[in-house]
Design a protein around this ligand. Sequence first.
Ligand code: SF4
Ligand code: SF4
Length: 357
Amino acid sequence: MKYRKEKDFFSMFNEKTGQYLRSGIICNGKDTGKDPFMASFPELLDIGIMGHCAHGKSGLCIKAGVECYQNGLNSNAPNMALEDFETIAEQCKGNTYQFALGGCGDPDQHESFENILEICRKYDIVPNFTTSGLGMNDEIADLCKKYCGAVAVSWYRSEYTLAAINTLLNHEVKTNIHYVLSKDTVSEAVDRMENDGFPHGVNAIVFLLHKPVGLGRREKDISIDDSDFKKLVALIANKKYPYRIGFDSCTVPGLLNLSNSFDVDSLDTCEGARWSAYISADMKMMPCSFDNQKQKWAVDLRKNTIKEAWYSSEFESFRNCFRCACPNCDKRDACMGGCPIVPEVVLCNREERTKAV
Ligand code: SF4
Ligand code: SF4
């Protein structure tokens, strides 16, 4: 169990089970129940070790009905250098609980994948990653078992999707499914949740909101009025499943608006620049990987430390979006106005809503 003591709260992370706990703000020795706003250093870092995608040119994601937000069809950038990765890990030792390895492509196809996993453990950080599953094999699954907290397979609806899930499960790797919810896929999600349509043995199904970033098209955005999305939320709020169900924090405004059955304490709104950040293969740090195309809030880690980037004016201006959003809304504290990068995906049509940026 790892423990971080901050000025007026603490957090704990169990590196074996992945369980995470954070106190409320502590005043005079008592937990006030009020959520702290941010950590003094990112607790989770999304690290884009991949600069390009080995399968991108073949349009793997498009064929699978998933529109790569990293624009994998067109990127030729180099993958992150091992020395750069180690510089990051060194700075994170004792501060960051987990790395989510990602970027433009499958992290398990990085030329130094095993070294990257070794470095994570050398600096006492739990690595996790998401893969299309196309390159998954017994050797990689062995590495996952040895080093990773959990591995997510993107729901690409293909033979290789199911094969990768089976390989990981056979190696006793904690395996999740990442399912992108877009206009085209939400009814399938309902159908699968109603009819036991996901493979057995997985740890969790995590629904991720489609965003019009990279290859993601605007017409695929779902709206708060989408009847299938409402059905999905109602199902999940009321039915028990043999696996855990999660949503990315980008979906939280919709969950808050659609159902009173969720325990608000189980929902965390956007964590960008508050608890987590993204570092691209070319060493730019930004509040979230979805800023990688425009890099409006990016800070160069060749000129700044991670700590300096975390307290930079770029990160502060991102946080101010949350601080200032929707002052008259009664869900404000739990929602904070939702995504500052793509406000059009915020699932809210309340009158009290103000524009995030
Ligand atoms: S910044 Fe936007 S895309 Fe990124 S995690 Fe927050 S809500 Fe999601
Ligand atoms: S009005 Fe703003 S804070 Fe309230 S639910 Fe909508 S987006 Fe969230």
